[in-house]
Each structure stands twice: as structure tokens, then as C-alpha cells.
Write a protein that binds this ligand. Sequence first.
Ligand SMILES: [Zn+2]
Length: 131
Amino acid sequence: MPRGGRRPNSGPKKGAKYKNTKLARQIADSMGVNAIQTFCIILQRKAPCGTCIDKDGKPTGKTWARAEDGKDYQRVCQSCWGTLLERVDLPTWLKAAEGLAKYTYTTLKAVEHTGEDGGAIEHEVTVKYLK
Ligand SMILES: [Zn+2]
């Protein structure tokens, strides 16, 4: 059996490998969602507050609360405290950094170099002297 190299008819069929990736990207594009942009927004802590949103999904900085007398009143959003921005804790921030790094940096892989049967790599050098 030949060692190494490409074997005929091996691996995924042409176009099959990225079928799901393409579909996922088409769906995200059609919805105006960009994963890399989302990672950056989270890393900059500029994600809009998801608690005090109005009917259009825009943060207002205020939420409704009920007083002891049963009356509703508006108060400063207890999640963003009026900043209109989502609080991003360190684990979430690190996850976003990790996610973005996958797209922006190549991953280094450990490559083991050994000779036959795990031994040392043997080299043979022939020196040819020219006149
Ligand atoms: Zn808020």
C-alpha cells in the first residue's frame, strides 16, 4: 500500500465540505447578522441592552416596575443602569475573544518529527567536490 499522498476517491465529494457553512452564511447574511462583527461589539462592550428594549428592539434605559401600592412606574433599567449597553462579564468577554481569534489567527499545531519506528531522523549527506 502506498504511503502518504492523495488516494483516488478519498475525502469529501466536491462541494460537499462547505455545504452547511455556505447555508449558515446565507442565513446569517439574510438576517443581517455577522458573527465577527458580533464578537467585536461584545469585546468593545458596545452590545445594546436587551432588558430595557422598546417595541422596535431599541434600548430605552428605563423599565416598568410595580410599586407596593400596585401602581406601575418607570425606573432606570436595573440591567444597564441607563447606559443602554449590555453588561459583559469577563467569561463572556473571553469567549468572544476566543471566537474572534479563531477567525483572525491561524492555530499552531504540534508536529512531531521522528524517524522510522519513532527513532531519530537519519540524514545522509553526500558532498561532491568539483574541480
Ligand atoms: Zn437597559
